[in-house]
Design a protein around this ligand. Structure first.
Ligand SMILES: [Fe+2]
Length: 351
């Protein structure tokens, strides 16, 4: 077990116990402990990796798929400390069912915070509303941010270097703070941990029909949309959207969904468009290795206004930010066939 994280964990445990494990006190307590002895300044990464790989005396490891990977470096009945490695670097916009603080140990990130306004629950696992970006900042190595469970802290991280490593001091779960919504801008909140295995299997079966080019696909989807509730209909629509658009059946299928759900469908159309835009950007970002270009695409993903875009570029790179942005756009469009149409959606902030 890493002596550094053992000491950090014990410090947090002693201080929190002295406050009778008051949940409201935990985020600031965790942040202060990370700031007092920042892992970014005190942990020798090579040593930590060697110790984790060669010594069996480690805290119990989870089956979590979050992080690439997640290592648990300290455990306590009330909280634990995890190290999250990030290779491709984009998290969804999400909230948490736990609280604590995270610390940038290696790399740096673009960090955006959001508010979900006028929430309207449709089911226990899906809400409609309006997602608004509150602020975007550059988080450099050594910085620490508090995490508060529930809808008061909605954020997304875009890790810039590979790998980026985050240390999280966190509770296991805070009762009553679920579901841990993922936000699909501009209008939907969905529960990614909902275990609707029938819908999962139906989507997989539809993918089989798509892959073999079955001509009954659009008709089957229309029939499903007529029967299904809003939430499950949305997931079927989202799953088939690219294929339906490519095969020319989208308008017909959309008309069925719209006729069935009326006003609720108005929230879905711009959300699906934004999913397409973000998928295209993430796809492009996945093929781009140049650090400057990855930074640029992460900024575009954040839907910044031009002022914020130029401010963040200016924080990280010398020279006139407007010229830098124009150069990056030209370089990307020259080097990648898809870049021009992917960037077209951001035309209003690029020019
Ligand atoms: Fe998070």
């Amino acid at each position: 077990m890493s002596p550094f994280f053992l000491e950090l964990g014990q410090t947090v445990a002693e201080r929190w116990q002295a406050l009778n494990f008051d949940p409201a006190a935990f985020p600031s307590l965790a942040r202060l402990a990370l700031e007092e002895r920042p892992p970014s300044a005190h942990v020798e990464l090579a040593e930590l990796l060697h110790e984790f790989l060669s010594e069996d005396a480690q805290p119990t490891q989870s089956q979590s798929g979050f992080g690439q990977p997640e290592l648990i470096v300290f455990e306590h009945p009330r909280f634990y400390i995890q190290l999250l490695f990030w290779l491709d670097g984009t998290t969804d916009i999400h909230q948490h069912t736990f609280s604590g603080a995270f610390h940038v140990m290696e790399g740096s990130s673009i960090h955006s915070q959001f508010a979900f306004l006028e929430p309207e629950p449709v089911s226990a696992h899906l809400q409609l509303g309006r997602l608004e970006r509150l602020e975007t900042q550059l988080l450099e190595k050594g910085e620490t941010v508090e995490i508060v469970s529930g809808k008061g802290f909605v954020h997304a991280l875009f890790h810039l270097e590979t790998p980026s490593i985050t240390v999280v001091v966190r509770t296991h779960t805070d009762p009553g703070s679920g579901p841990q919504f993922t936000y699909l801008p501009p209008h939907l909140a969905v529960d990614p941990f909902q275990n609707d295995s029938l819908t999962t299997r139906r989507k997989q079966l539809l993918d089989v029909l798509e892959n073999i080019g079955d001509p009954s696909y659009p008709e089957l989807v229309c029939e499903m949309l007529q029967r299904l509730d809003f939430e499950r209909g949305f997931f079927i629509l989202q799953n088939g959207m690219v294929h339906l658009q490519a095969s020319g059946f989208w308008d017909e299928v959309w008309a069925v969904f719209e006729a069935k759900h009326g006003r609720l469908a108005d929230f879905v159309r711009p959300t699906l468009q934004e999913i397409l835009r973000r998928d295209a950007l993430v796809g492009l970002r996945g093929c781009v290795l140049e650090v400057e270009h990855r930074f640029f695409l992460a900024l575009i993903l954040n839907n910044l206004d031009r002022k914020d875009l130029l401010r963040l570029v200016g924080l990280r790179y010398e020279g006139d930010p407007a010229e830098t942005v124009a150069r990056w756009q030209a370089e990307l469009e020259e080097g990648h066939e898809d870049a021009a149409w992917v960037l077209e959606g951001a035309a209003s902030v690029l020019n």
